[in-house]
Write a protein that binds this ligand. Structure first.
Ligand SMILES: Cc1cc2nc3c(=O)[nH]c(=O)nc-3n(C[C@H](O)[C@H](O)[C@H](O)COP(=O)(O)OP(=O)(O)OC[C@H]3O[C@@H](n4cnc5c(N)ncnc54)[C@H](O)[C@@H]3O)c2cc1C
Length: 458
């Protein structure tokens, strides 16, 4: 009996899983394997919120495999060594896994290929597992990747997606391949109290509910901070409990403005992945440098701390930063405002902010996080790199009645809607209702002047 190993990485599902499907071809036995990769932990990416969500995902995957006669094998250590060990124990002649884009993942692919081929085993990397359109499939005439979203999206939209695959009916795992215990969410310390639940079943329930009753109104509602009217599918897409191919296909069926706007956002994921695949260094270095001499962790310590804690004195910024700490997730408009405030108003290095987001975000993702930070900082793909978002006018537009601020900044709960976004203007008795809410760290005019000077645009 031939045996294959399937290494699950950012694709923790059974629906629409090309590596698993390929591994089962010809009636093979399969070892479904997940490795707690020491390299990921050493790089500081194994943070509590994502570890807790991951524990949910692995338990759910194991349950689903058991329902089909299989089970999940879990190991810890160096991913290449562990895959080789398991392949040897199971006498597997091939290994299947999803292709990935970061510098780390590209190195892992090369190492895996070398190690497995040296032992006479085949290794297959599968595209369109973690993206709808594979990186490198659409390219402009003069480059290996698109640097601007709009033309990328035009090409992306014309691609015919492969059909989504169903769930295999039975999975037979060879005897004698041992597994560590599955991790448990309860054992992870320091998790945000409002963290979402992981796992493929939860992901599919959320997707179905979203397509039934959320997506149609997405276009009008997506920027409204108080309404919280986005899909919240990002952690599921990050851990791959949902297939991007399937989500794009199912959303695309409803041909209305809401569904179209939602699919366009999904194309941003693929856009950032095709960019990172071609320029892996963009996770840490400016993609298009503006020669900034940013303030750093050392020179702006107090400002950075106030930003992290949600005590900048700008209510919408503080609300978003507190949502991040409480839920391990933040509304997209909040991400834009807090990142603009840190990089442009406080003129702090985008890497400082990106690191803090990665420490807390359940959907924290090298491609999406680093490249969105660069977009906001004006060192990435924004075609208007020097734009600065004004947190007061933005708050009045996207949180007009102050519901979002009231939810996350209890000190301002009793301030009336017309004044809640500028509490420093309150006087007398009304000022007292704002309790010990801090004064602004800096005026917006001063922040803007410093930024313009730094970018040579006085
Ligand atoms: C500074 C900053 C940092 C960010 N960091 C991350 C991150 O680490 N991980 C992450 O998944 N997203 C990140 N985003 C993108 C976006 O904010 C989140 O994907 C979105 O808020 C998730 O909520 P949702 O699932 O309800 O999104 P929806 O609005 O429902 O969108 C659907 C899906 O489209 C994708 N998407 C939406 N907007 C973007 C975008 N701008 N770039 C890439 N994909 C997008 C996501 O997968 C999302 O789940 C970041 C944005 C900014 C400005």
């Amino acid at each position: 009996m031939y045996v294959s190993v399937v290494l699950f990485t950012a694709d923790l599902r059974l629906h629409d899983h090309p590596p698993l499907r390929a591994a089962l071809q010809g009636g093979r036995q399969v070892v479904p394997l997940f490795v707690h990769d020491r390299g990921v932990a050493d790089a500081g990416f194994a943070v509590p919120n994502r570890m807790a969500f991951l524990a949910d995902c692995l338990r759910d995957l194991d349950d689903e495999l058991r329902g089909r006669g299989g089970r999940l094998v879990v190991r810890s250590g160096d991913v290449v060594e562990e895959v080789c060990k398991v392949a040897a124990e199971a006498d597997a002649d091939e290994v299947h896994l999803a292709a990935d884009v970061s510098a780390y993942a590209q190195r892992r692919e090369r190492r895996l290929r070398r190690a497995l081929e040296a032992e006479g085993r085949r290794v297959h990397f599968h595209d369109t597992v973690t993206t709808a359109v594979a990186p490198g499939t659409v390219t402009p005439a003069s480059s290996d990747h698109f640097a601007v979203f709009t033309p990328y999206f035009r090409h992306w939209s014309t691609q015919r997606l492969r059909d989504a695959l169903g769930v295999p009916r039975t999975i037979r795992v060879p005897e004698g391949v041992g597994s560590e215990e599955l991790p448990s969410r309860a054992a992870v310390q320091g998790v945000s109290p409002g963290l979402a639940t992981g796992g493929e079943r939860e992901a599919r329930r959320r997707l179905a509910a979203w397509l039934r009753s959320g997506a149609d109104a997405y276009e009008e509602g997506r920027d409204d901070l108080g309404d919280d009217a986005t899909s919240r599918l990002s952690p599921h897409l990050h851990f791959g409990t949902l297939s991007p191919v399937e989500v794009v296909q199912r959303a695309g069926v409803a041909d209305n403005p809401g569904a179209r706007a939602f699919v366009r956002q999904l194309a941003w994921r693929d856009f950032h992945r095709q960019l990172l695949a071609a320029r892996p260094g963009a996770s840490t270095a400016d993609y298009r440098t503006k020669r900034d001499r940013w303030r750093s962790e050392r020179t702006a310590r107090a400002d950075i701390e106030a930003w992290r804690e949600g005590r900048t004195g700008y209510p919408v910024v503080d609300a978003a930063m507190r949502q991040l700490r409480h839920e391990g997730w933040m509304h997209n408009r909040g991400r834009l405002l807090t990142a603009s405030f840190l990089t442009k108003t406080l003129y702090v290095d985008w890497r400082v902010g990106a690191r803090h987001f990665l420490d807390l975000l359940v959907d924290g993702d090298v491609a999406n996080n680093q490249l969105n930070w660069q977009w906001v900082a004006g060192t990435g793909t924004d075609t208007r790199p020097n734009r600065v978002l004004n947190p007061v006018t933005q708050a009045k537009r996207y949180d007009p009645d102050g519901a979002y601020v009231r939810r996350w900044v209890p000190e301002l709960r009793d301030v009336r809607a017309g004044a809640i976004h500028e509490p420093w203007k309150l006087e007398g008795l009304e000022r007292a209702t704002a309790g010990d809410y801090p004064d602004p760290l800096i005026t917006l005019a001063d922040g803007l002047a410093r930024f313009r000077q730094a970018r040579g645009r006085e």
